[in-house]
Design a protein around this ligand. Structure first.
Ligand code: GAL
Length: 419
């Protein structure tokens, strides 16, 4: 090979090496999220991998703490300091609230170019916008009202998945009598509230849920049905083990995996933990909608983009937004996370029986008007109002407060918060 030939090859190689570096300079994101459990980390890792494969630079900013309360505190501090992350795991009315503060960046050009309006359910599309412009991109649809179980543990008392709360209590009593912890639970306010809202749906039905937890209707909050909800919460308190207080949700899932408890009531991010531990639905673990009246409690994760300086970071936001809504990402991410795609039209064949049930039930709930937003997971009411629910529910769970007293306190707290 002559000298010119060698130079051409050398230049071509240098050029090839330069391509990622150039693209790298075009896209940097710092991503604040609370996905630190095994299943969660695996799922968010898929987004990181895809972003890096496009030549982007990913700066990971995880803030541990299920449900995201600690992450939201960290976010506030960063924004107040004038140094927001580029992309933040944010959802529901929180997006609107941050939008009103004037700190969110528009990704409307990406949404238009990629045709998001055609592939997003209208309810989700609305949540992702501020002032009619897209400022966030949804990654998934989680269902909150699931009960998970270890079939081998249920077999010890000859039980199957309960369809009503009375059946649940009867099975739990049998388990307790056999020396088995019926309910794996972590005593943290958001976990107490997660269980609470499934009981509200199961005993009251979707219309009651909407009146009480979304419209904050005083009569519903003070109703006999709400008294019954707290009665059931008291029963559930009797089914947890003595070490429940403060336990992280994923450690409660581990109790089911190890056969140390029978049931866990938790959204389908719990499935991410079972899968990350190599467990198979239907054989190693069971999933069923929480007992009682039908419905689908919706929780959708999304990433909101914050106003940041610098072309490189602004480019990074666009690349991230485009990747998040791509059918490939929506499939890969949700297979690991336990949720289902937010985007319409992603093939369902790779999803397991729990995932396919979620898809079917979502469709049925939409048709029957029994699709309701999660209060505990910040899809229904402002953070301040959610805080009032969490306080009363947790105080009741951890004391001998009567159901009547809890209902009285709840109605008064919500009235105060919404005055
Ligand atoms: C939820 C979030 C889920 C999940 C869970 C536990 O609020 O939407 O993605 O990971 O918290 O951390």
């Amino acid at each position: 090979m002559n000298c010119l030939g060698r130079m051409t090859i050398a230049l071509a190689m240098a050029g090839a090496m330069l391509v990622p570096a150039a693209a790298w300079a075009d896209g940097t994101v710092e991503v604040l999220h609370w996905w630190t459990s095994g299943g969660e980390a695996k799922a968010v890792g898929e987004l990181k991998t895809m972003f890096e494969a496009e030549g982007g630079k990913w700066i990971d900013s995880p803030v541990a703490g299920g449900g995201g309360d600690a992450a939201m505190t960290a976010l506030r501090a960063r924004v107040v300091a004038g140094n927001p992350p580029t992309a933040v795991q944010l959802k529901g009315p929180n997006i609107e609230e941050w939008g009103a503060q004037g700190v969110l960046a528009s990704i409307d050009d990406v949404a238009k170019a990629e045709g998001w309006e055609k592939v997003l359910p209208p309810t989700l599309a609305k949540i992702m916008k501020y002032n009619g412009k897209y400022v966030a991109a949804p990654v998934n649809i989680h269902r909150v009202n699931w009960v998970w179980a270890n079939p081998a543990v249920l077999a010890k008392v000859g039980a199957s998945m309960p369809k009503t709360w009375d059946e649940f209590n009867a099975t739990a009593d049998k388990l307790k009598a056999a020396g088995i912890t019926p309910l794996a639970h972590g005593g943290q306010p958001w976990q107490d509230a997660t269980i609470f809202e499934t009981v509200v749906l199961g005993l009251g039905g979707a219309n009651f849920y909407r009146k009480a937890l979304v419209e904050l209707d005083e009569a519903a909050l003070k109703s006999d049905t709400m008294v019954k909800v707290f009665d059931q919460m008291r029963k559930l308190r009797g089914y947890v083990d003595p070490a429940f207080s403060g336990r992280d949700w994923n450690l409660a899932t581990t109790m089911i995996i190890k056969g140390e408890a029978a049931f866990q009531i938790m959204g389908d991010w719990a499935k991410g933990e079972f899968l990350a531990a190599g467990k198979k639905p239907g054989t190693d673990f069971l999933c069923a909608p929480t007992p009682g009246k039908p419905g689908f409690i919706l929780n959708s994760d999304s990433f909101a983009m914050f106003k940041v300086e610098g072309k490189e970071r602004q480019e990074g936001q666009k690349v991230l937004a485009r990747l998040i809504m791509s059918p490939k990402f929506q499939e890969i991410f949700n297979l690991a996370k336990g949720s289902i795609p937010a985007r319409i039209g992603v093939p369902r064949d790779k999803f397991d029986s729990c995932g396919q049930k979620s898809m079917d039930d979502l469709k049925a709930a939409t048709a029957a008007n029994t699709l309701v937003p999660s209060m505990a997971h910040e899809m229904a009411v402002p953070r301040s109002v959610r805080g009032e629910f969490l306080d009363v529910v947790t105080e009741h769970f951890n004391s001998d407060m009567t159901s009547d007293e809890a209902v009285k306190r709840l109605a008064a707290a919500i009235a105060r918060a919404t005055k």
